[in-house]
Ligand binder design. Sequence first.
Ligand SMILES: Nc1nc2c(c(=O)[nH]1)N[C@H]1C(S)=C(S)[C@@H](COP(=O)(O)O)O[C@H]1N2
Ligand SMILES: [Mo]
Length: 310
Amino acid sequence: MLIRIPRGWEIPDRDATAEALVFGRRAALKAAAGLGAGSIALPAFAQDAPPARNPRYLAGREITAEKDATTYNNYYEFGTDKGIHRAAQKLPQRPWTVKVDGLVDNPRGFDIEELLKTMPMEERVYRLRCVEAWSMVVPWTGFPIAALLKAVGPKSEAKYVRFETAALPAAMPGLRQSWYPWPYIEACTVDEAANDLSFLVTGAYGKPLPPQNGGPVRFHQPWKYGFKAGKSLVRISLVAQRPKTFWEAIQASEYGFWANVNPEVSHPRWSQASERVLGSGERIPTQLFNGYGEFVAGLYTNLQKERLWA
Ligand SMILES: Nc1nc2c(c(=O)[nH]1)N[C@H]1C(S)=C(S)[C@@H](COP(=O)(O)O)O[C@H]1N2
Ligand SMILES: [Mo]
């Protein structure tokens, strides 16, 4: 069976074209068009188009309303309830540098503007499944973290990627809750990071990523529970030992390192068999690896002794 998958720019439902986007269009269009760095200048109209949607990953579900995805958030640095979006506007988005260091050949800082200009930007419509059993579908803009890792050259001893997120006491009232092990740390293996699905997110709904969703740059691996997706990243380190993550430090028995979505493995306090769709409130069955098994199951074939699920 031959199915023609439309290119991102052919998909009619995108409504973001008119947005005055401030990020990465040129790089994205060049990447999408397969043009090299030294190619001729693009016509002016092309520079105003948003990054093309990657047709390889389709959510198969309706996109969550922007209002819902940007006003129902987990971001404990601003408080433990879901309504932190106003408080999060205090987080300065510029200047912003992501330090990339540890076991790499060329450790250095990347200014956010440099990332937006030089990384291969695209749009990905991904499902996000929170361990609390709600989910959403968001058109993120960003680039595979593999592109950033390539720029610094991980050494062969590097086995894990450690993500450190912003901790700015002047902007983040949640940091006063000193019993939490700030800063929020997350991590994955280098092999997991090398998977094309592992995405650094710099935008949503065709706009710069709002602070409450982790702007200016956050991580997302859509086959894992949402708490793995560190927001507002300030440092990415390649390390040899498995880092202790924020949620492991709080309650390792409930929030493990791997945290792959599995409907058959319950959280100690609730079932993971189904999820509440943000917006509609409908309950739908949860899928193994959040439905991304065809892309990621192979990462785990030799890791069956690990506690792979939450
Ligand atoms: N720094 C930081 N990152 C974080 C969190 C957090 O509290 N602090 N919450 C996580 C959780 S539990 C989820 S489900 C997602 C939610 O992302 P969203 O608000 O964009 O939906 O962010 C994750 N990243
Ligand atoms: Mo979550």
